[in-house]
Design a protein around this ligand. Structure first.
Ligand code: FES
Length: 103
């Protein structure tokens, strides 16, 4: 079953950047691209590297270790050496107590 986890405020996630959070004990990389927010498992499928340490460009994040590329919206590989998708998670903004929260 899907459970939502509070990971911060909308302003915590600046446009064009990636930020590490933890939800249910799992490391998650949160990306903002304009109005869209995306969440991927914060571990490259190719090795022991955090995608939140990577570089975001053209809708993909570049792994800091071997420059593998993943689509930030889907987690699908978009450039070698990665061949396996990284898990993606739904993300939403809710208004609670008069403030926007990201889950
Ligand atoms: Fe990410 Fe190798 S560990 S591309």
């Amino acid at each position: 079953d899907l459970q939502w986890h509070d990971v911060g405020e909308p302003d915590d996630f600046p446009d064009g950047a990636v930020w590490p959070v933890v939800a249910a004990g799992m490391p998650i990389a949160v990306f903002r691209a304009g109005e869209a927010l995306h969440a991927l498992h914060d571990l490259c499928t190719h090795g022991a590297a955090k995608l939140s340490d990577g570089y975001v460009e053209n809708g993909c994040v570049e792994c800091p270790l071997h420059q593998g590329l993943f689509d930030i919206a889907t987690g699908q590989p978009c450039g070698g050496p990665v061949t396996q998708a990284v898990r993606s998670f739904p993300i939403r903004v809710v208004t609670r107590d008069g403030a926007g929260r990201v889950e």
